[in-house]
Write a protein that binds this ligand. Structure first.
Ligand SMILES: Nc1ncnc2c1ncn2[C@@H]1O[C@H](COP(=O)(O)OP(=O)(O)OP(=O)(O)O)[C@@H](O)[C@H]1O
Length: 258
């Protein structure tokens, strides 16, 4: 199953993506966790120290190696089994979880991320997946990344929404743009919900059948964000709610498309 996690800035995309990665890794032999957001650090969410994750080779270096092997190569290219092997080597591994990151943040005024995104797009579409493999992409904030088409090959787009009109507005735009890209399954996950009123707000603004679940506001996430190499605990409410969401995803999306 290939999933992309999207939503407005700061809604909890990385927290949710990294926790889902760990939950899927409980019963899938291989999970690929991909930082498609240059600003995110997915690996940190599974307990890998930030510096270790950030010093790991970014995919753009791998792209350069592949380009050299292919004697150049255009903006778009396909991956073959040899490349899939190299790709494995480029992953930062923790047990059965494989991390790939796009690359560090560029300085102001430096070139765009087009090459990196084109490469990630090829990765998502060409990873030689076994039936039980899972790919989870943590996308950049907002809708801009959708215009680059990085997530085109995913089975479902999960849009994280917090209880505010702005967040709902972005989420509905993400849905529309995902559908334009040909991603037919777009679901919503409510996050940081503190009160019954906030829960009702999200339920009233989003299509009920597409709202996979609502994650309460939990101080554990706030504490985790202040510490390095600490992940959300399996005993906490965030992990437990996401376990239920994963079950629902398997029912709705299943392994049909891989
Ligand atoms: N359920 C929650 N309860 C409380 N705080 C949360 C919850 N989920 C996430 N957070 C906190 O919200 C902040 C933003 O979370 P996170 O980095 O996961 O969001 P993001 O959408 O990936 O952000 P960005 O758009 O900057 O990449 C973090 O401090 C995180 O700990």
């Amino acid at each position: 199953m290939k999933l992309a996690i999207s939503g407005k800035g700061g809604v909890g995309k990385t927290t949710i993506a990294s926790t889902l990665v760990r939950i899927f890794a409980e019963d899938h032999p291989r999970v690929f966790a991909i930082d498609a957001d240059p600003d995110a650090c997915l690996a940190q969410g599974v307990g890998i120290e930030r510096q270790v994750a950030q010093e790991h080779r970014p995919v753009i270096e791998l792209k350069e190696i592949i380009d050299a092997k292919n004697a150049g190569g255009g903006a778009f290219f396909t991956l073959n089994p040899d490349v899939d092997e190299i790709l494995e080597e480029y992953c930062l591994k923790k047990d059965n979880i494989n991390f790939l990151r796009m690359g560090g943040l560029k300085k102001g005024g430096e070139a765009c991320y087009c090459k990196e995104n084109s490469f990630l797009n090829s990765v998502v579409n060409s990873l030689l997946l076994d039936r039980n493999d899972v790919v989870i992409l943590d996308m950049g904030a907002g809708i801009e990344h959708l215009s680059r088409g990085t997530a085109r090959g995913v089975d479902a787009m999960l849009v994280v929404v917090e209880p505010s009109l702005n967040s709902v507005g972005t989420a509905l735009q993400v849905k529309k743009m995902s559908e334009d890209l040909g991603i037919n399954r777009v679901y919503f996950i409510g996050n940081k919900v503190r009160t019954e009123k906030e829960k009702e707000f999200l339920s009233s603004k989003l299509p009920q059948d597409l709202l996979l679940g609502i994650i309460p506001y939990d101080d554990e996430a706030v504490d985790t964000a202040m510490e390095d190499g600490v992940a959300i605990s399996p005993q906490g409410i965030i992990y437990k709610t996401l376990k239920e969401i994963k079950k629902r995803l398997e029912e709705e999306v299943g392994n049909r498309d891989i």
